[in-house]
Ligand binder design. Structure first.
Ligand code: PHE
Length: 448
């Protein structure tokens, strides 16, 4: 069974690929701006508590389901309980929806990196890359998305082998580039204010930071999206699951913090606004880079690393969808990856055009009465509703239907390994996690 699906060649390969999935624009773009708009310190604390208490146990659950079944999400859930297939459908729907806009963000990063590398002078990036007022006009971001997806395609057609190789190169490169930007950022005069904001600012906190933090933990750790089940399904039995989970979650959280160290000191040093929301990385930062010495170099490094991060995540999302068509519909990999990538490029068009100020049928601030443009509405629906819902169902299926004992015996199939925290883990999956997630889901609809 393992032979025709393929499996990871090495433990490091798997860890880098899974960390590559987790470390994405969620860490570099979403985490800093959500932290910035939720007041800094308290958000950070809540985020860390959720990551340990929910993120790690849920990730362990997903990797365990994957390794036990050696199947893609829908069949995997079907195997652990006959009525659970619908949870797998949720777990496929989320990456599918996310891929209709994730590539656009990846395309922006690629476009920014390219602009920084090709010209030393400052370009009006936002106008160029996002609003498409130059270049190919409003189609400009659509075209960069296609380029981004083409690179993604070229990796995914090689399956697990391609993903492992690409991750082994891009993840270390990402860390090195990150360190470069951090060194520059923290040596600016006034940089210390950025650290104060992250570790000491208690103003501007509101209870809406709690659901925001949970949604961010799920998104950042690639949970409830089929990605970890799929990657787990390529694991051999001798891998220690809890240890790997902790390493992957640790890397992801570490990179989110490092992103904060790269961004906030520079933003504060240059007098930018850390709390202005989604534009932090793509609008505020280029201005900050423009104003500081060695800024162009920093900009190139930063957006190249965002591109690497986005790519290693996008390949896991494409892979989660592709594994499904390959396992369940018996498509061949090339056909499946090609069709999916084309489909994502097409579906990205309305999302991309919806951000363009005016002039297309898709632009507008009120998609289906949501009060948001399509781009934001899809992001909101996937992250704030589908992900917590998928996580909740995963906990219920594993905790109450499959039973934690069975999961634990899969975890302990690693020769010579006893899972010491099994009782704690079982209770988290059965009770603590579902209650917390349910609470957060309800707060999406009821004002706190
Ligand atoms: N975790 C990725 C990020 O932080 C996003 C992602 C989600 C990737 C789910 C794959 C699967 O950006």
């Amino acid at each position: 069974m393992e032979s025709n699906r393929g499996s990871w060649k090495s433990s490091a390969g798997f860890i880098l690929a899974a960390a590559g999935s987790a470390v994405g624009v969620g860490n570099l773009w979403r985490f800093p701006y959500v932290l910035g708009s939720n007041g800094g310190f308290w958000f950070l604390i809540i985020y860390l508590v959720f990551a340990v208490l929910l993120g790690v146990p849920v990730m362990l659950g997903e990797l365990t389901i994957g390794r036990y079944t050696q199947l893609s999400p829908i069949d995997a859930y079907g195997k652990i309980h006959k009525r659970a297939r619908f949870v797998g459908i949720l777990a496929i729907l989320a990456p599918f929806l996310i891929m209709t806009y994730y590539g656009i963000v990846g395309g922006w990063a690629l476009n920014y990196a390219f602009s920084y590398l090709s010209s030393a002078s400052s370009v009006d990036f936002i106008e160029l890359a996002i609003l498409g007022t130059h270049g190919f006009g409003i189609w400009h971001p659509v075209i960069w998305n296609i380029l981004f997806m083409a690179i993604c395609w070229a990796i995914c057609i090689f399956g697990v082998k391609g993903i492992e190789k690409a991750s082994k190169v891009m993840m270390p490169a990402l860390l090195i580039l990150m360190l470069l930007v951090i060194v520059r950022s923290v040596t600016l005069p006034g940089a210390v204010e950025g650290f104060k904001f992250m570790f000491a600012n208690t103003e501007g906190f509101s209870f809406s930071a709690i659901p925001a933090a949970l949604g961010q933990v799920f998104f950042s750790l690639s949970l409830a999206m089929g990605a970890m089940i799929t990657y787990g399904s390529y694991l051999k039995k001798d891998e220690n699951l809890p240890k790997n989970t902790v390493v992957i979650a640790g890397l992801d959280t570490g990179v989110a913090l490092l992103a904060g160290f790269a961004i906030f000191p520079a933003v504060f040093a240059m007098g930018g606004n850390p709390g202005q929301g989604a534009g932090l990385a793509f609008v505020t930062l280029p201005e900050v880079f423009d104003a500081m010495p060695l800024g162009a170099m920093c900009g190139a490094a930063f957006f190249l690393l965002v591109f690497f991060a986005a790519l290693t995540s996008a390949i896991s999302l494409v892979e989660a969808c592709a594994a499904f068509t390959i396992d369940t519909w018996k498509w061949n990999r090339k056909l499946s990856v090609t069709l999916l990538c084309i489909l994502f490029c097409i579906l990205a068009i309305p999302n991309s055009l919806s951000l363009v100020a005016e002039g297309t049928i898709f632009s507008g601030e009120n998609f289906l009465g949501t009060g948001m443009p399509i781009f934001d509405a899809v992001d909101f629906f996937a992250n704030n509703i589908l992900l917590p819902l998928g996580g909740l169902m995963m906990c219920i299926i594993v905790g109450w239907f499959w039973k934690p004992e069975n999961a634990v015996s899969e975890i302990e199939r690693t020769p010579g390994y006893t899972f010491k925290l099994k009782v704690v883990w079982s209770w988290i999956i059965k009770l603590v996690a579902p209650i917390l997630i349910l609470f957060v889901l309800i707060t999406q609809f009821v004002e706190l």
